[in-house]
Design a protein around this ligand. Structure first.
Ligand SMILES: [Zn+2]
Length: 230
């Protein structure tokens, strides 16, 4: 009886974290930026996402790093491509960042894996890129913490959003958006807050139980329906 019950319990899904620790009851997808160091230590079993982060990627090394990424991204435990994306405050000039992102989008489509995106003040360019390339794999924007209007605009353009610690702030765009949203993901990113605290906050906002949020997030993950379960 107890065993059957345990089997039916759904884990917390943390779609984007930089913590390597494996925690009981949590499926976390560790996000790794592809540098040579990480290349050597790339986990083979636990679910991960890998990509060229816009802070560290450079056009100079693009050819070589895409070569590595193309091989590694095929690993079964690589669930998402990224984080990759655009950042107006750090990294290469925007034209180069777009070029680097385009290649990763092409790889994600070739492998039929969703993308996990980092975007800082480049949402107009990101929407334009998605439209221009007519990207068909799911594009999940991680750590969305901007206003409700921008969130709705992104959802209207077919992006999926993942929320982190910002849901804990009562009047944040994330907290407002989540109220009426069913298709979204949750994450810890580099925060010290636990994924349980984030799920608790969302359950409170949506006036339901944590188990219902777990079921919802898990169903959303399955809806991506591209690769086997994490
Ligand atoms: Zn991150």
């Amino acid at each position: 009886m107890a065993k059957a019950y345990l089997c039916s319990v759904i884990d917390f899904l943390d779609i984007h974290t930089h913590q390597a620790a494996v925690k009981p009851g949590v499926i976390s997808i560790e996000s790794l930026s592809l540098t040579n160091d990480i290349f050597l230590a790339m986990p083979k079993k636990k679910p991960i996402s890998i990509g060229l982060h816009p802070w560290f990627a450079s056009v100079d090394k693009l050819e070589l790093q895409m070569k590595y990424l193309t091989v590694l991204a095929r690993q079964e435990n690589v669930k998402l491509i990224g984080e990759c994306g655009l950042d107006s405050l750090k990294g290469e000039k925007i034209e180069n960042q777009i070029l680097i992102l385009e290649q990763q989008i092409a790889l994600a489509e070739e492998l039929n894996k969703p993308l996990i995106l980092h975007c800082v003040r480049r949402f107009t360019e990101l929407i334009a890129l998605k439209t221009r390339l007519n990207v068909y794999v799911p594009m999940v924007i991680h750590g969305f913490n901007k206003n409700e209007e921008l969130g709705k605009q992104l959802i209207g353009n077919g992006f999926l959003l993942s929320f982190g610690a910002s849901v804990l702030k009562e009047n944040s765009g994330a907290a407002k958006l989540i109220k009426d949203l069913d298709c979204f993901f949750l994450e810890t990113d580099d925060s010290q807050i636990t994924i349980q605290e984030i799920y608790n906050a969302v359950a409170e906002i949506k006036n339901c139980t944590v188990d219902e949020i777990k079921a919802l997030i898990f169903a959303n993950w399955k809806k991506l329906n591209l690769t086997p379960n994490p």
